[in-house]
Each structure stands twice: as C-alpha cells, then as structure tokens.
Write a protein that binds this ligand. Structure first.
Ligand SMILES: Nc1ncnc2c1ncn2[C@@H]1O[C@H](COP(=O)(O)OP(=O)(O)O)[C@@H](O)[C@H]1O
Ligand SMILES: [Mg+2]
Length: 310
C-alpha cells in the first residue's frame, strides 16, 4: 500500500516516438498526485541516468507514464525489478508481449479470442513469410509495423500490386511487419483498471474519424475525430466486447491496467487489434474519458493506478 508519505517518482518522456504525449500525461498525473496529498512526488523525464537518479533521490514507488520503446515494452520494468523499486501497472512479460502486435495476436488467437486474419512479413526479422503469402488475404489490407504506436508507419493497401510501397514504409520503423485484412466498420477501445482490489472494464469508446481510418492525422489533429462514449452498439455486442477485453487482459498477463483496441465490421463482428499497457493520461486521453463515463474522476483513476504498485 502506497501512503501519502511515500517518495514517488512519476516517470515520463523518455526516447520513444510518443515522448510528447507521455510528457503531457506525466505532468497531469503528477498534478493529480499533488492534489491527492502525495506531497513527496517528483516528476522525472526519463533519460539514461534514470537508475542513478531513482537511487539518489531514494524513490520508493515509481508511477509509470511512459509510452513505446523502453517505457511500455518491459525494459524500464526490468530495470525497476533489479533496483527493487515497486512500480505501477504491468510487469515485464505482459509489457514485452503486448508491445509486439504479432506476438500478442498469436497468444490471443491461441486462446480462442477473435483477431483479424493477417500474415507476418519480415524485412530482416526471423519470424518470416514471403510477401507473396499476402495473396491469401482478402484485400484491402492494413500494413503496420509490429512494434510501433500512434498509427505510425501504417498504410491501407487496396490491391496486391501496391503492397511493396507500404511494406517499405512500415519497414522504416520495424523489421517485422503485419499485413492484416482491413475491417470496414467501427474502431473502438476499452479500458481496464483496478479499483478497490477488483478489475473493472470501462464503457466502450468509439472513434469516428473524418479520415478513412484512425490514422496519425486523425489521432492528433483537433476536430478530426469524434468520440462516441459509450459507443452505439447493441447491448449484447457491448457485453461481448467487454467480456473479451477482460479475457484478453488476463491472457496477456496484464496487471493493473490496459486498453484494448478493436475493430468491428458492419455485421457487428469484432476483432482485437492490440493491447496497450500504459494508456495515455492527458486530459484528452481515452482512459480518463472512459473512467469518467463510469463515474471515476481523473484523480480517482490516478489513485487506482498508484495503488497497483508492488
Ligand atoms: N485491420 C484493420 N482494419 C481496419 N482498421 C484498422 C486495422 N488495423 C488498424 N486499424 C485502424 O488503425 C488504428 C490504429 O491501429 P492499431 O493496430 O491500434 O495501432 P496503434 O498502435 O498505432 O494504435 C486502429 O484504431 C484502427 O482504427
Ligand atoms: Mg491502437
């Protein structure tokens, strides 16, 4: 149990492509912890000296608000395990697994959960299929780096002849590439967090975009995306998606919190795209909005996340 006397570090920033979002999230969480009475809280922008800094400042608990490489992929979690400092959210294995969309899908599929048909193409990687294998997929397809976020390096491809350009784009970000059938319909996300020792699933949030899909522009340009919360779906579909979210969270070994992204086709069949283990915490982010929709304020959400530290 973290107490108001605990020396807490909010770790944000770091070196990933999502650094700016993380800095904003970190500042918001830091301010919430101050309001909640955790007076011994410091805000740290992670750099290569972070281990020394945590030890020098006698940090007792780390509140993680890092995204992407080194922050969400098990690296910082492993370092904190070695330092023996309790930290919030997911452990090493769940973080590393879910950072890789290909591996995540393999595990979820094996457990019988719905994922979009895809093939894995390599540029230099080991898990390899020849691009011609993509001919087995129904076009259009979505081409995406297996390890990246914020829709970076992704493109929709309408037919096989245009595939190589998209593979080239994705390979600039990651040597392992997913070619996934494109699902026309809705894009939604569902949050999971722990409250009073219980794992709770949030209402479903739908992204309705002015662009063809939820790309980088739609994610980060004001007014490009409409947020529908809760998503307008039949009750049984809502329930099934929420149940699947919780299962995915458990199967991936997640602890404390996650956000699971889905696509839903025009006949309300749904598929998991990925699991995020450190969701954004800016005042405009998905998880705080989802928590609010179930009567949990931003500060209470931060308190819930803090108490997952062990
Ligand atoms: N197979 C797909 N079919 C349709 N839309 C997709 C597909 N894959 C991704 N998208 C769209 O792109 C967005 C980002 O994809 P996602 O796999 O969640 O990667 P990221 O890590 O960048 O968020 C999704 O929210 C969805 O709107
Ligand atoms: Mg996503």
């Amino acid at each position: 149990m973290v107490s108001t006397d605990s020396v807490i570090a909010v770790l944000c920033g770091g070196f990933s492509a999502e650094r700016e979002v993380s800095l904003r999230s970190g500042k918001n969480c830091y301010e919430a912890l101050q309001r909640l009475g955790y007076a011994n809280t410091v805000l740290i922008d992670m750099d290569r000296t972070v281990a020394c800094r945590l030890v020098d400042e006698k940090i007792e608990v780390v509140f993680l608000v890092l995204h992407g490489k080194y922050g969400e992929d098990g690296c910082i979690q492993g370092m904190l395990e070695i330092l023996g400092i309790p930290y919030t959210g997911n452990r090493v294995m769940a973080s590393a697994l879910t950072m890789d969309k290909d591996m995540t899908k393999r595990i979820l599929k094996e457990a019988g959960l719905p994922v979009v048909p895809s093939v894995t193409v390599y540029q230099n990687g080991k898990r390899s299929d020849d691009p011609s294998v993509c001919k087995t997929l129904q076009f259009p397809v979505m081409v995406k780096p297996a390890i990246e976020g914020s829709s970076i390096g992704m493109s929709k491809v309408d037919d096989f002849s245009k595939l190589s350009g998209a593979l080239e784009t994705a390979s600039r970000h990651c040597s392992l590439i997913l070619v996934e059938e494109f699902v026309t319909g809705k894009s939604v996300t569902v949050g999971v967090f722990e409250r009073n020792g219980e794992t709770v699933v949030t209402p479903i949030l739908e992204f309705r975009t002015k662009t063809e899909w939820y790309d980088y522009e739609a994610k980060y340009t004001h007014g490009m995306t409409e947020f529908i919360l809760p998503a307008e779906l039949p009750e049984e579909v809502t329930e099934a998606i929420q149940k699947t979210t919780l299962k995915a969270h458990q199967i991936a070994g997640c602890t404390g919190l996650s956000r699971v992204d889905f696509v839903i086709d025009t006949e309300n069949r749904f598929y998991i795209l990925e699991i995020n283990t450190i969701p954004g915490m800016t005042d405009l982010s998905d998880l705080p909005a989802q928590a609010k929709a179930m009567g949990v304020s931003y500060d209470e959400l931060v308190e819930c996340i803090l108490q997952t530290a062990h």
